[in-house]
Design a protein around this ligand. Structure first.
Ligand code: BEZ
Ligand code: FE
Length: 295
């Protein structure tokens, strides 16, 4: 293999994969090489641009640690996360749609009973969220595990705050609960507000260079697991949000947009009395049984 040129290099690289014993790996890398080379040919990539790309990816790597995942952010703002989610989670009509996971999920969030206040001191207007988890026939999914996480009124997730001296993080506006025998769930939290994705790193610089904003429309994150059903990772978005049509990570789906209803101060759904206005959100989730395929 010598004297490779613009016309022969792609085939030579692909031929070099012939000894790869993992068929899927060979398929994926073959396609990756074909597309990468086609891209470089199409745009006539210059050496300066190639160097800028390497510097950019290096910066993405340098800012990434166990708290900050700039590579996922990059995948998100390029629409790759939404593409991968869409092609892996096609569901029958009537099932709740999936959307991007995002970088702020953490394992080991606190357990709560139904109706608990999961805000745990997070700043924001009170919001009572309730609904049911159902199957496609409208039957309740009892004892489903629901994990919820959201940003506070300043647009920060708990995991973005500095940890305590012992390294621990106080979880706020995040928790796990289970549906009851009728598939019902309810919790108190805070009103979701729009917030910018972390944009003080290379991905933020890329967005600025592209003339794009970093904002996401207000949303709650949910992960719902129940035996016999596909795990659902999704959001519920707040209707009327100014960023619904321009989500920085392309995650909005019409079926996931719901009405957050504002109420005057007074008796709240959990029986307490509130001296400030509060919100309610009613939303039912429909799970896809693991045995059924998308139509
Ligand atoms: C989020 O909604 O938490 C999120 C999703 C993608 C990128 C950044 C944040
Ligand atoms: Fe989020």
């Amino acid at each position: 293999m010598r004297n490779l040129n613009e016309d022969t290099i792609t085939q030579a690289v692909i031929a070099s994969l012939g000894g790869c014993g993992e068929e899927r790996l060979r398929t994926v890398v073959t396609s990756l090489v074909q597309h990468l080379h086609s891209f470089a040919r199409e745009v006539r990539l210059t050496e300066a641009e190639w160097q800028a790309a390497i510097a950019f990816l290096t910066a993405v790597g340098h800012i990434t640690d166990d708290k900050r995942q700039e590579f996922i952010l990059l995948s998100d703002v390029l629409g790759l996360s939404t593409l991968v989610t869409a092609q892996n989670h096609a569901k029958p009509a009537g099932c709740t749609e999936a959307t991007v996971f995002g970088p702020f999920y953490v394992e080991g969030s606190p357990d709560y009973e139904c109706h608990a206040d999961i805000a745990n001191g997070a700043r924001g207007e009170p919001c009572f969220v309730r609904g049911r988890v159902l199957d496609v026939e409208g039957r309740p999914v009892a004892h489903a595990l629901m994990e919820v996480w959201q940003a506070d009124q300043d647009g920060h997730y708990d995991v973005q705050s500095p940890p305590a001296a012992d390294g621990s993080i106080t979880h706020r506006a995040r928790g796990k609960l289970r549906t009851d025998a009728d598939g019902r769930y309810a919790f108190r939290s805070i009103l979701a507000e729009p917030y910018p994705i972390p944009h003080d790193g290379p991905v933020g610089a890329l967005l600025a260079a592209l003339g794009r904003h970093p904002w996401r429309p207000a949303h709650l994150h949910f992960m719902i697991q129940a035996s016999g059903y596909e795990t659902l990772i999704t959001h519920v978005f707040r209707d009327g949000d100014p960023y619904l049509e321009s989500d920085a990570v392309f995650g909005v789906r019409s079926t996931l947009v719901a009405d957050w209803v504002r109420h005057a101060a007074g008796a709240a759904p959990d029986g307490s009395r509130l001296d400030a206005p509060y919100y309610t959100l009613d939303y039912d989730f429909v799970l896809n049984p693991t045995t059924r395929q998308a139509a």
